[in-house]
Design a protein around this ligand. Structure first.
Ligand SMILES: [Zn+2]
Length: 227
């Protein structure tokens, strides 16, 4: 079986982001950065996002404050603030398709990920929702995550890996990880695996149905509801 990997870095930008961008640029490796509003607003945050875009990476919305997964309270005001509030901060920075990645506690994809109201905001706002299928928990295991991740990406044809450009020390191991991928013949691609994209430009894709969302319980599409 051949293997492909799409890389993503969440929760930045931070003081580690420039180092991550350097490593990716050196190797010509594309990635996606899902950024948080409160980090973007720190000094230098916007410049890091501009650089990521200039280097050809994808930049997406990872909520304004990254405080509580949006399925926990399922509050319409919170969903609007976290998704649209962050969308406004990114609007003049990131042209084109609007990407949003929700967050789950510890990288878990479960009913807490998105509530009904958050899903509605994403659909109405025309967002492309980007999930993941590989979480090597780099924040818990800053030295050992590359080995964990390498074994994991060998277990499926196409992995969307979640890493964090944060000051955990984990990004020190990014060059070694990329070396190991290359040595294993694993291709790093910029495209997103369709299985990890339940909404594209606000429209439900075939992978939407397999999401364990509370919102799925009445998960008929707007078209179906009109019938
Ligand atoms: Zn996150």
């Amino acid at each position: 079986m051949s293997h492909r990997v799409t890389l993503s870095f969440d929760n930045g930008p931070s003081s580690v982001t420039a180092q991550v961008l350097d490593v990716l640029r050196e190797r010509g490796v594309p990635a996606s950065f899902f950024v948080v509003g409160k980090s973007l607003q720190r000094p230098g945050g916007r410049q890091l996002v501009e650089r990521a875009l200039a280097d050809g990476h994808r930049v997406g919305n990872h909520s304004l404050t990254h405080a509580t997964p949006l399925g926990v309270r399922d509050d319409p005001d919170e969903a609007f603030r976290e998704i649209d509030g962050m969308g406004e901060l990114l609007a003049d920075l990131v042209p084109g398709e609007r990407f949003f990645r929700p967050f789950g506690g510890g990288g878990v994809i479960d009913e807490n990920l998105l509530g009904r109201h958050a899903l509605e905001r994403l659909e109405q706002g025309g967002f492309t929702c980007v999930l993941w299928n590989s979480v090597p928990r780099d924040w818990e295991n800053p030295a050992g995550w590359p080995d964990v991740c390498l074994a994991d990406v060998r277990s499926r044809p196409w992995s969307l890996v979640v890493l964090h450009d944060l000051q955990t020390g984990a990004m020190e191991r990014l060059p070694a990880f990329l070396d190991a991928l290359e040595a294993s013949g694993i291709e790093i691609v910029h495209e997103l695996p369709p299985d990890c994209v339940p909404l594209r430009n606000g429209r439900r894709t075939p992978s939407f149905a397999s999401l364990p969302l509370a919102a799925q319980r009445d998960g008929r599409s707007p078209e179906q509801r009109r019938e």
